[in-house]
Design a protein around this ligand. Structure first.
Ligand code: HEM
Length: 310
């Protein structure tokens, strides 16, 4: 084949030339650079060596690595959920198919998380867990910033406050003080802020407040209220409800049941590494966080978290 006359090659060269012109680059030098540069390898592309080197257990118990890896896997899924949320928000909920596709993707990710949570039961020997957890305090999944960001992108900031404590006139700063997770880490049985919360806020308070401002008028629930009628389909509403139920009932219930299995001994609650009153804090029926309240009936809201949905 004579590449010097191949129209496809010539066309690509023309586009490359334009690209170089725009970027102030020299095409012949760029092409020569291509000649000397190495081919991409799979392990470099996904940074495999780095990925496999970032499990640093605090003890020599093998199941601690499983505990770390599964947390990392979950954080990667959280990142995928955030990427989908950012795109759907950026698009402004105008194209119904696009929105549906993104929410379905989020639900697929949550489904994977739900189906795999058992790893935290079967993948960790009780004896090992009860020992290695002692070296983790005050670190806790409570300090997952991505979990908090999913909430901020998905719903109105005020929906993250206990319903009885909500005031529609509150600004971001007032709402922040009343957030359910701040309350959970300030529980009366604790008497003061947990160290877990103090550390978390030192690192992330400013970011959380700035994100709350940024998404105040463009979080998913807000956009839904504004646009849903124009792109309304039963299928989309069902997917949004499924998302709500995954994020605020099913994942929290799975997580709570796992925590209870490990932390309830002879009906006595062992204190958690994050120091919350976790039997009151974790169950979804107490906190009643609902991303899209207007999509649920009064009865469904009253019974929120009392049973599995979807
Ligand atoms: C043996 C497994 C686990 C146990 C016993 C456990 C226990 C707990 C407890 C007791 C809390 C409440 C905060 C505290 O007092 O520490 C908590 C919060 C949390 N954990 Fe876990 N957890 C486990 C696995 C996981 C995994 C795999 C993840 C994945 C990232 C995770 C993410 C979270 C998140 C995001 C919170 C905050 C939840 C909220 O504020 O609603 N946990 N966990």
């Amino acid at each position: 084949m004579d590449y010097t006359t191949d129209p496809q090659v010539l066309n690509t060269l023309k586009k490359l030339y334009q690209k170089c012109e725009e970027g102030g680059q020299n095409l012949p030098s760029q092409l020569e650079g291509f000649l000397y540069s190495d081919y991409l390898k799979y392990w470099d592309y996904i940074h495999l060596d780095t990925l496999l080197s970032i499990q640093n257990p605090k003890t020599d118990m093998p199941d601690e690595q499983i505990f770390i890896i599964y947390h990392q896997i979950t954080e990667l899924y959280f990142k995928m959920i955030i990427l989908e949320l950012e795109q759907v928000i950026e698009e402004g909920l105008v194209k119904a198919d696009f929105v549906l596709n993104k929410i379905q993707r989020i639900n697929t990710y949550f489904e994977q998380l739900l189906n795999s949570f058992e790893i935290m039961l079967k993948g960790i020997e009780e004896d090992q867990f009860l020992k290695f957890r002692l070296s983790l305090s005050p670190a806790s999944g409570f300090q997952s910033i991505q979990f908090r960001l999913i909430e901020i992108l998905a719903t109105e900031f005020n929906n993250l406050v206990d319903e009885t404590n909500r005031d529609i006139n509150d600004g971001v700063e007032e709402i922040y003080k009343k957030l359910y997770w701040r309350k959970g880490a300030n529980d009366s049985s604790i008497g003061k802020e947990t160290l877990t919360l103090v550390h978390f806020e030192k690192k992330y308070k400013n970011l959380i407040i700035s994100k709350a401002f940024e998404y105040k008028s463009k979080n998913l629930a807000y956009l839904c209220k504004r646009n849903l009628k124009s792109i309304y389909t039963d299928e989309l509403v069902a997917e949004l409800k499924r998302f709500d139920s995954f994020a605020n009932i099913m994942w929290p219930l799975s997580h709570y049941k796992t925590a209870a299995k490990h932390l309830l001994k002879n009906a006595e609650a062992i204190s958690s590494t994050g120091g919350t009153n976790w039997r009151k804090y974790l169950p979804p029926k107490y906190r009643k966080v609902i991303f899209f309240p207007e999509l649920w009936t009064q009865e469904e809201k009253e019974n929120w978290g009392k049973s599995w949905l979807y």
